[in-house]
Design a protein around this ligand. Structure first.
Ligand code: MLT
Length: 315
């Protein structure tokens, strides 16, 4: 009996279900990465069942806090993005400590694009900035709450354009996109994983990309200027996603999760889906846990001062 009792619980135990917490609405870019990743993780996790839990709200902090408090057994994980690095500067009473998560690996980098409602009377970025200036105080920009990628990019845009706008927060950029296509909001900065099909379908207008270099794929963006080219010198925002486990998850379990992630990141279907939407899947070197933690800490150090300078606090 002692031998049996002493035998470490195999991980993952057969028949157990994994939950991936996504801190934004279903159908948005974070959810898209998580669902595609879940598909690629099933096999390396021994044919596991993986369910997605969209715990949205408060700019990703509700879902991130839920993951932080989850049982540290490796079966409840979190997929989130740059919000892990911006929320410490935005929320004075944050219900989690970034460094105390277990870092199960970085997943991808996703460009952002400035997109507008179909009826917006601006057909390029220059006209968009003129339209914003002419409609000072009446412009509605959508985002997914303080802590979202769309908030961060929008904040940088407002600072660069030296203008104030009304920001309309949603529980994710999936619902924001619905209102943008309907004209209820004027424009937003969103990830290409969420904008590409709408831009290709001419349901929204696209103006400029947030990366230092123009996007060659998806082809629909190839003629768009970068925001840096369009006059916002040094503008460079790209959104990364990572996989996290609750504090206290055993190191051996985190290692198994990170090994499974590295297999998933080489899954041809996963890569095809990601690259088809403009995202870049990270390589093994960047995906390992130690690198992931170091990268997030550098991002906290990078975005903290930018956000503090904007003086925007969520609580
Ligand atoms: C964001 O702006 O942070 C994301 O687009 C939110 C989401 O995944 O819906």
């Amino acid at each position: 009996v002692l031998a049996l009792g002493a035998q470490a619980q195999a991980f993952p135990a057969p028949g157990k279900t994994f939950t991936l917490i996504v801190p934004f609405s279903a159908g948005g870019p974070t959810d898209k990465v998580a669902r595609d990743l879940a598909e690629a993780l099933r096999k390396p996790l021994g044919g596991a069942t993986i369910v997605i839990d969209n715990a949205a709200g408060a700019g990703s902090t509700i879902g991130t806090a839920k993951a932080f408090r989850a049982p540290p057994d490796g079966y409840t994980l979190l997929v989130t993005h740059v919000g892990m690095a911006t929320t410490p500067a935005l929320y004075r009473k944050l219900p989690y400590v970034v460094d105390e998560f277990e870092f199960a690996g970085l997943i991808n980098e996703v460009p952002m694009v400035v997109v507008g409602k179909p009826t917006l009377e601006a057909n390029n970025f220059k006209e968009l900035t003129a339209w914003i200036a002419q409609n000072k105080g009446k412009v509605n920009m959508a985002n997914a709450g303080l802590g979202s990628a769309s908030h961060l990019c929008g904040l940088m845009l407002q600072q660069a354009l030296k203008t104030e706008m009304t920001t309309v927060p949603y529980k994710g950029t999936a619902p924001a996109m619905t209102d943008l296509m309907g004209g209820q909001v004027d424009f937003m900065c969103d990830q290409t994983t969420n904008t590409t099909s709408q831009v290709e379908g001419k349901k929204i207008k696209a103006y400029a990309v947030s990366t230092p270099k123009r996007l060659t794929q998806p082809a629909v963006y190839k003629d768009l200027p970068t925001l840096d080219e369009a006059g916002l010198k040094g503008f460079n925002v790209s959104i990364w996603h990572g996989l996290y486990a609750p504090k206290g998850t055993p190191a051996a379990v985190v290692k198994t999760l990170n090994d499974a992630l590295k297999v998933a990141l080489k899954d041809p279907d996963f890569i095809k889906k990601e690259e088809g939407l403009g995202a870049i899947v990270v390589n093994d070197a960047r995906a390992n846990s130690a690198e992931h933690k170091k990268f997030v800490q550098a991002e906290v150090a990078k975005w903290g001062p930018v956000i503090k300078a904007a003086g925007q606090y969520a609580d």
